[in-house]
Design a protein around this ligand. Structure first.
Ligand code: WT7
Length: 660
């Protein structure tokens, strides 16, 4: 259903509950419009005010925005601060040392609570230990860890000493990890012996060793290992150190390194349209401001809230809404090691009830899978649990269908809780388009309106703004403090990908298509406009998967597209040409499994193609261009309606009809 249709059907608009609005940070559309107007009237003044109110500065900034090297914008550059001080010390200094910062629930259900004071001491000891290993301001540290208090403490410890962290998701393979370690030039890797999820053990340290055995990792001097399971692991004397031994006897005070607001807090790799992932570089001041400000606005965060974001620290959501945002505000949050379906699909609801979670943030793909399992097993239905503590729900990562939205709203939120559908990206640092839950009337399937200060628009291929009611390219018209600063080591790629000349060179191009409702101006995201796939809310480049496939000695050529999937949103479909003759049926099945396993090793299990189709060639035009539109039709099994007269080799279409 489109927004316009939805608006006709009055049932599908959900104004904020009155009591919610009355107590909200933005208590109505008038308040929202006032903020927007403030930003429009005095853009720099608006951001300066927020930066002063939300963060603690060691040295206040005098200059707000520096546009001289646009699009390499700088924010608050002459101000100095420390992210870890803002996350921890200032709450202890304000007398909140005994407040619980993290309620950690392990895969097996064991619960550990850590207060702000204890987390600060832990971070200080670890920061001192890192310094003892020679790690200093500006060094890059790769973190390859499970969801844990220690993982968050590792990020905070890097921030404390001015080292730039680069967290790699624990589901990435040794090759993918290696590529990131080399590209970022890491001097240390922080990991765990093993990771436990859904009752299964994954050998993280062993994967780190495999990565470091590959070429180009000589800069890595230290591998620091958090003992999670005590399982047997390989060990390299001199290089490898146990976290608990390294920190033993370290002082539990550590003066923060006061850095410029522009100092790189972290680099996080994400997929683009080439085979090589991009190291998205974020700042300290602008990034931290937005992580905290969006907690206040989108999540309407208040003291007393129990916040739970189910993302992994390996993704940007886990940076902004676990490792930084909630801590910068002094909030209490749940951190979960496991998966939503273990020991059964009621785990999320059970945990919300156990910890009295009030604000819950998860991905549409998780909701879809829980809709399905709850149909099969009534004991795992959200309505079988006491979810009365919830007051707000959020989603992120991919479009949410109106049906899934309704289930979330009715079954999980009991029809009481606003649902905030938050559109943003690794590059944007925090929420960009999302409802303000005390103000914005909700329309299922739409992420509604930009946050105050965010100047979003839809333009055509030449950068011309489209009127409401029209679809096009989603852009942001003005720089904002939390935007990425560059692509690590590749400023030209930054400029070309995000500020393309075709659009005039001054618009931030998100890479998503979107439409705006004619009457309300509400945004609806229609999906990526580039060769980037979204599988279970994870971003993957088609080229990345194609490069992985052609690296296999049996594969001559490969093309990857996606098709819609009920559970994962998009599913990966690979078209493969073998070097030898095409396989018979039995062989093909086995070969497809081998190639899936191969991609799992090259990138990670999330990148395994769901369908593989073999052919003696790929459908190409006479000039040799792969006809991707045709491949997408084949992948969807929807019958070919395109003109195939320009096809060089029509005979191969019949071969590609079978999927393994
Ligand atoms: C891409 C960014 C943002 C944190 C998680 C993903 C898609 C994200 C939504 C949403 C529709 C969404 C976009 C975007 N996306 N949120 N609410 N509705 N699509 O971060 O890996 O950088 O991916 O995810 O396509 O460009 P990411």
């Amino acid at each position: 259903m489109t927004v316009a249709e939805a608006l006709l059907d009055k049932q599908e608009i959900f104004p904020p509950p009155e009591a919610f609005a009355a107590a909200a940070a933005i208590p109505g559309m008038a308040a929202y419009r006032t903020l927007m107007a403030e930003a429009e009237r005095d853009y720099e003044g608006f951001w300066a005010r927020l930066a002063r109110e939300t963060l603690s500065w060691k040295k206040p900034f005098a200059k707000v925005l520096d546009e001289t090297a646009a699009p390499f914008y700088k924010w608050f550059e002459d101000g100095r601060l420390n992210a870890s001080y803002n996350s921890l010390d200032r709450h202890v200094e304000a007398g909140h040392g005994n407040r619980v910062a993290i309620i950690f629930e392990a895969d097996n259900g064991a619960v550990t609570r850590v207060t702000y004071r204890d987390l600060l001491l832990q971070v200080c000891r670890f920061a001192n230990a890192l310094k003892k290993r020679g790690i200093k301001k500006g060094d890059r540290v790769v973190i390859y860890m499970p969801m844990s208090i220690e993982g968050i403490a590792a990020m905070q410890a890097c921030a404390r000493i001015g080292a730039t962290h680069s967290v790699v998701f624990g589901g990435f393979s040794s090759k993918a990890l290696h590529e990131r370690i080399v590209d970022v030039g890491a001097v240390a890797v922080i990991t765990a012996d093993e990771q436990v999820r859904g009752g299964k053990v994954l050998p993280l340290k062993q994967i780190v060793d495999e990565a470091l055995a590959m070429e180009g990792c000589d800069a890595v001097q230290s591998v620091i290992v958090y003992r999670r399971t005590g399982g047997n692991i390989p060990w390299v004397a001199g290089r490898d150190l146990w976290m608990h031994e390294l920190t033993r006897g370290e002082s539990d005070s550590c003066e923060p390194e006061w850095v410029s607001a522009e100092h790189p807090l972290f680099i996080l790799y994400t997929s683009g349209s080439t085979g090589k992932p991009k190291g998205v570089q974020h700042s300290t001041g602008g990034y931290l401001l937005w992580a905290a400000q969006t907690m206040k606005w989108t999540f309407d965060w208040k003291p007393g809230d129990i916040f739970w974001c189910t993302a992994d620290i390996g993704w940007v959501t886990g940076h902004s809404y676990i490792a930084y945002g909630p801590l910068v505000l002094g909030g209490t949050q749940v951190v979960f090691e496991g998966v939503p379906t273990y020991p059964n699909a009621g785990r999320f609801w059970e945990m919300i009830a156990r910890h009295r979670v009030s604000v819950f943030y998860t991905a549409p793909t998780a909701i879809r899978s829980l809709v399905k399992t709850s149909e099969l097993d009534p004991n795992t239905r959200p309505t079988a649990y006491d979810l009365s503590s919830l007051r707000l729900l959020g989603t992120v990562g991919e479009p949410i269908s109106p049906q899934t939205w309704r289930w979330y709203y009715d079954q999980v939120g009991g029809g009481r809780c606003p649902v905030v559908d938050t559109w943003w990206q690794t590059e944007t640092g925090g929420h960009m388009i999302a409802p303000m839950p005390g103000a914005t009337p909700l329309v299922p399937g739409s992420c509604t309106l930009p946050l105050p200060g965010i100047m979003a628009a839809i333009v055509d291929e030449t950068g011309q703004e489209e009127p409401n009611g029209q679809g096009g390219l989603l852009v942001i018209k003005r720089p904002w403090p939390a935007m990425l600063r560059t692509v690590w080591g590749d400023p030209e790629r930054f400029r070309k990908s995000y500020f393309p000349e075709e659009l005039g060179g001054h618009l931030y191009l998100a890479g998503d298509g979107a439409t705006r409702d004619k009457d309300t101006g509400y945004f609806t995201i229609t999906g990526r406009i580039d060769d980037v796939l979204n599988v279970s809310g994870h971003r993957l480049g088609t080229m990345e998967i194609e490069s992985a496939l052609v690296a296999n000695p049996l594969v001559a050529e490969a093309a990857v597209v996606s098709r819609p999937d009920e559970l994962t949103g998009e599913a990966i479909v690979a078209f493969v040409v073998l070097k030898r003759q095409g396989p018979g049926d039995g062989d093909a099945r086995q070969l497809a499994d081998e190639l899936r396993a191969w991609v799992g090793k090259e990138i990670g299990p999330i990148a395994k193609p769901k369908d593989i189709r073999f052919g003696e060639n790929l459908p190409k035009t006479r000039s040799g261009k792969i006809m991707r539109r045709l491949l997408r039709s084949i992948a969807k099994e929807e019958g070919i309606t395109q003109d195939v007269s320009t096809l060089e080799n029509p005979a191969i279409l019949s071969q590609l009809g079978k999927s393994y």
